[in-house]
Design a protein around this ligand. Structure first.
Ligand code: FAD
Length: 457
């Protein structure tokens, strides 16, 4: 009787899970395993919002496995030690896991493969569980990754997308004490955001179906309208693998509505960033393309940005949405990140760290590479692109609905002033209890130009 261990990581689902499918089709019984990785639990990545979402997702996966005659085995510790221990305990010859992109994930994978081999067992990794097109598949002649999105996307779009893996009806399991899924506050101390979404495959599938049925049609026109909240909000489910990106692409294309192409294009960005990070793992902390920046250091300005009291309503609304929901609209992510790096000229690493503290979809590849894109140190060829936040606010929140939703001090301000409260007569402005602008945007733009124009940089 053959036994396989299925090591779940960021693929917390039973639908379209090629890793689970491969284990089921090649072994008589399996052990579905999740290891609470001490190296991650003890690091900067373990934050309350993601801990709560993870616990939801593990519970949901356990429920799906129980419905199929199995359950999720939970261990805590060093991943390699725990997996090898379980494999020995149940006599498994093979461990299946989904291949991931970050430097940490790849080192962990390599260490596990080596230890299993020394134990006369093997590791089978599956490239197409977490990505539509995995890192390393689309490469330029002679290079290891694509550095520009548009040609990457052209080739990404033309590739056939694999068929969906079958959803198992039964998961025959080898007997083993399962362990317990801990409460989120035992994984990470601290309060989660009050309006955090629930994790798990069930809410993910419900959200996908509702969104495809109702909102994808208007996606292309409405996705930047911050007040309309017209994007899918699938990012945390994709990050934890509660949803398969391949299934999302198939279902979006099948829907055939206007909006599907624009939406699927966004999914290509996930794969694009993953392949950049896989080739350049140090991009998590090093400039992908250095501009020789000597960043401005101001603790007060950084704190004002973090807390949403810069005096620029659209920036403050975005930062407060992040604190309240553990999620922020893409357009305000762009605006707030540009504001920190280009207007305040503060190091992107400080901004990325704050986003990782709070984002429920916080993802090493997507967060880092998007931050670097905004800072001009990443893959954006227009690296000195800088937004006027007031123009952005008027364009993407013309009536100030988004701003009023998150910045109650401005709830009763007239439309004409909601994005520029500093233009109000002094007495009225003071009565709002809302801060004046932290900087002059024109001076800030000149500072950036001067800094980046230096010939020795
Ligand atoms: C500074 C900054 C930091 C970011 N950090 C993260 C992060 O940590 N994790 C994360 O998933 N996304 C990140 N993004 C990308 C993007 O903002 C979110 O994926 C998106 O807002 C999620 O909302 P949605 O699911 O409604 O997106 P939709 O517009 O519905 O898009 C569908 C999916 O496409 C993917 N996607 C969309 N835009 C991008 C993008 N620019 N890069 C990569 N994937 C994308 C996401 O998986 C998303 O769920 C960041 C963007 C910026 C500017």
């Amino acid at each position: 009787m053959s036994v396989a261990v299925v090591l779940f990581t960021r693929d917390l689902r039973v639908h379209d899970n090629p890793t689970l499918s491969a284990a089921l089709s090649s072994s008589d019984t399996v052990v579905p395993l999740f290891v609470l990785d001490e190296a991650i639990l003890g690091g900067f990545f373990n934050r309350p919002n993601r801990a709560r979402f993870l616990v939801d997702a593990l519970r949901d996966l356990d429920t799906s496995l129980r419905e199929r005659g199995a359950r999720l085995v939970i261990r805590r510790g060093d991943v390699v030690d725990e997996v090898v221990g379980v494999a020995r305990e149940v006599g498994a010859d093979v461990v299946h896991m989904s291949a991931d992109a970050s430097g940490y994930a790849r080192r962990r994978q390599a260490a596990l493969a080596a230890r299993l081999e020394a134990d006369n067992r093997s590791l089978e990794t599956h490239d197409e569980t977490l990505f539509v097109v995995p890192p390393g598949v689309i490469t330029p002649g002679g290079g290891d990754h694509m550095a520009v999105f548009t040609p990457f996307h052209r080739r990404w779009e033309k590739r056939p997308v694999r068929d969906l893996a079958p959803t198992p009806r039964r998961v025959p399991m080898s007997a083993l004490p399962a362990g317990r899924i801990p409460a989120a506050d035992l994984l990470c101390r601290g309060a989660a955001s009050p309006d955090l979404a629930s994790g798990g495959e069930a809410p993910a599938r419900e959200r996908l179906s509702t969104w495809l049925a109702a909102d994808i049609a208007t996606y292309d026109d409405a996705r930047d309208a911050v007040a309309d909240d017209a994007t899918s909000r699938l990012s945390p489910y994709l990050h934890f693998g509660c949803l398969s990106p391949v299934e999302v692409v198939h279902r979006a294309r099948r829907q055939g509505r206007p909006g599907a192409d624009a939406f699927v294009r966004q999914l290509a960005w996930r794969d694009f960033h993953a392949q950049v990070l896989a080739a350049r793992p140090d991009a998590t902390h090093r400039d992908y393309r250095s501009r020789g920046d000597r960043w401005h250091r101001s603790h007060e300005e950084l704190e004002a940005w973090r807390e949403g009291r810069t005096g620029f309503p659209i920036v403050d609304a975005g930062m407060r949405q992040l604190a309240r929901e553990g999620w922020m609209h893409n357009r305000t992510r762009l605006i707030t990140a540009h504001f920190l790096t280009k207007t305040l000229y503060i190091d992107w690493r400080l901004g990325a760290a704050h986003f990782i503290d709070l984002l429920v979809d916080g993802d090493v590849a997507n967060n880092t590479m998007n931050w670097q894109w905004c800072a001009g140190t990443g893959t954006d060829s227009r690296f000195n692109r800088s937004y006027n936040v007031t123009t952005q606010a008027r364009r993407h929140d013309p009536r100030g609905i988004y701003v009023r939703r998150y910045v109650p001090e401005l709830a009763d301000v007239d439309d004409a002033y909601v994005h520029e409260p500093w233009l109000l007569p002094e007495e009225q402005r003071q009565a709002l209890g809302y801060p004046p602008p932290l900087v002059d945007q024109d001076e800030a733009r000149d500072r950036l130009r001067r800094a980046r124009a230096k010939p020795d940089r």
